[in-house]
Design a protein around this ligand. Structure first.
Ligand code: RIB
Ligand code: CA
Length: 314
């Protein structure tokens, strides 16, 4: 049976690939997309989600607006990576289907309602700051029993941060929300920078996927051409980590990934280390493990699945 998921995201180039993978896969039943401020403002992330679904002719997929700012801090965005719109490319502009609009219901109420009404527990898949997920858990803690697992992109165990030396962007933007999630008692799998930096796109992979010769694969290539620029400069390599699709790939074939269940807590206040995921990899504090931290991936197997799934789209 396909896994029922809600994808909570801040599109974002890599979020866009996660959305396409979730839509394409027969193993996933995408109940809806919820947007949060992160890579770009909420105005832009919700517009980008509409654009992506318009491109795929999938206006049947409901899109909801969540929080435009973190629980406590001001929003920090990532135009330096994703451009002003949050989804800049040099390719053809996307014709937005005017009939596909953001749903009236808030993302928070959508997630709560879907959890409460679900016959079987569902998966929450956040690939942006965790504000929406935290707000749901604070508004109605009873939904914990209807969440099978939270598979999130964020954090880092043994790897350097990417927005500060200590912190990964999603967790940095809203560390308070991250601790609400990590302390929730819900089954959590964390796709942090340790693993996403082992799933790298490069020119060879981009060109290979482009040979699918369909709109979605050409869009993938346009996205990656732009998105790679920042990473190639920062990491001085032709490789570029494809963070968010790791969340969806994990639900399609979790054998791609390996990790360890450990205790994770997030620094909320320090100017120096705000947003650091403090991962007790060796269990020295003897605290109850609260998160399956993924650190290894079979990149070849990942991209074989990505290419096959993107080929199924229009
Ligand atoms: O640090 C990478 C993460 O932050 C990704 O989810 C990217 O889309 C941004 O949200
Ligand atoms: Ca993201």
């Amino acid at each position: 049976m396909p896994k029922k998921i809600i994808l909570d995201c801040d599109p974002g180039h890599d979020d866009a690939v996660a959305i396409m993978l979730a839509i394409a896969s027969d193993d996933i039943d995408l109940l809806g997309i919820t947007c949060v401020g992160g890579n770009a403002t909420l105005e832009n992330t919700k517009l980008n989600a509409l654009k992506i679904c318009s491109l795929l002719n999938r206006k049947d997929i409901p899109i909801y607006a969540g929080s435009d700012k973190p629980l406590i801090y001001d929003l920090v965005t990532a135009e330096h990576v994703h451009g002003k719109s949050g989804l800049d490319t040099d390719g053809e502009p996307i014709n937005l289907d005017p009939s596909h609009r953001i749903e009236e219901m808030s993302a928070i109420d959508f997630i709560i309602n879907e959890c409460k009404n679900a016959e079987e527990p569902i998966y929450l898949c956040p690939t942006g700051p965790l504000t929406n997920i935290a707000l749901c858990l604070q508004k109605d803690p009873s939904i914990k029993d209807k969440i099978k697992e939270i598979v999130l992109m964020g954090g880092a165990a043994l790897c350097l941060g990417n927005i500060t030396p200590a912190a990964e962007f999603n967790i940095y933007v809203d560390p308070h929300a991250a601790n609400v999630v990590f302390n929730s008692g819900i089954e959590i799998t964390m796709m942090g920078l340790d693993v996403t930096h082992k799933v790298n796109v490069n020119d060879e992979i981009i060109n290979s996927i482009k040979t699918n010769n369909n709109k979605a694969s050409v869009f993938f290539a346009d996205l990656m051409e732009f998105y790679s620029r920042f990473h190639r400069e920062l990491y001085e390599t032709g490789d570029c980590p494809l963070h968010d699709p790791c969340v969806i790939a994990y639900l399609i074939d979790n054998e791609i990934f390996k990790g360890r269940k450990v205790h994770v807590q997030v620094e909320e206040n320090s100017d120096l280390t705000r947003g650091e995921t403090v991962v007790d990899w060796l269990g020295v504090k003897k605290l109850n493990p609260n998160c399956n931290v993924i650190t290894e991936a079979d990149s070849t197997r990942f991209f074989k699945i990505l290419k096959k799934e993107l080929a199924k789209l229009n």
